[in-house]
Design a protein around this ligand. Structure first.
Ligand code: GRF
Length: 211
């Protein structure tokens, strides 16, 4: 087994966004506040030049990159993002409202090291408009999920989930806002958990090599 994080330095996070970036802010603030220990947000990448989250990242002194699709194939676009992440020695990639499905090449390059947050209790309501799907289905409870990203749509191994009630008078907006509050707590917890376990794995691997 190979070590995926160099324990001699802080883990380097790369966050991919397409829009508002409130989960990116929650992660960056959790790193800053020590709730995600031994880590730094090294870069925020957006596929949209007008993503509101870019300004929020810059305000926090984080490097930002805009890498637009612009007539290239999905694979070429993803490859450019992977190269940018590799150039910055990114250990863990966090999708935070990134509105594209990752290509096989991206997933292979960062297998087991890409996380996503989704606004439902997966495997219920994958894909777009998860809050609307939950309302239309009439569920009484929904929530949010942080999971590893694999080739399936919102189907990779689940890391953490949080349950949120659906109120009888909820609109998509009111439900989405209630879920989002929980997302902002859950994503940092999940990232801290993953980094802790990667570091443990890394330390164990180093010990094995010594024997
Ligand atoms: C969140 O609801 C997240 O669960 C989903 O996209 C939304 C992104 O919001 N994947 P933000 O850009 O983090 O504010």
């Amino acid at each position: 087994m190979t070590s995926v994080v160099n324990t001699a330095r802080r883990a380097r996070l790369g966050i991919l966004i397409s829009g508002r970036g409130s989960n990116m802010v929650a992660l960056a603030d959790a790193v800053h506040g020590g709730r995600i220990p031994n880590a730094e947000v090294s870069v925020v990448v957006s596929d949209q030049a007008n993503a509101a989250g870019l300004a929020k990242a810059k305000e926090r002194g984080i490097e930002t990159l805009v890498i637009e699709r612009r007539g290239r194939t999905h694979e070429e676009h993803d490859q450019e993002i992977v190269e940018a992440l590799r150039a910055r020695k990114i250990d863990l990639v966090c999708l935070a409202g990134y509105m594209r499905i990752l290509s096989r090449g991206f997933i292979d390059a960062y297998r087991g090291r890409v996380l996503n947050i989704h606004p439902s209790l997966l495997p219920s309501f994958p894909g777009l408009d998860a809050q609307k799907q939950a309302l239309e289905h009439g569920v009484k409870w929904t929530g949010c999920t942080v999971h590893f990203v694999d080739e399936t749509l919102d189907g990779g191994p689940i890391i953490l989930q949080r349950v949120v009630p659906v109120h009888p008078d909820d609109t998509v907006e009111s439900l989405a806002a209630r879920i989002l509050e929980e997302e902002h707590q859950l994503y940092p917890e999940a990232v801290a958990l993953v980094l802790e376990n990667i570091l443990e794995l890394s330390a164990a691997t180093t010990d094995d090599r010594r024997v």
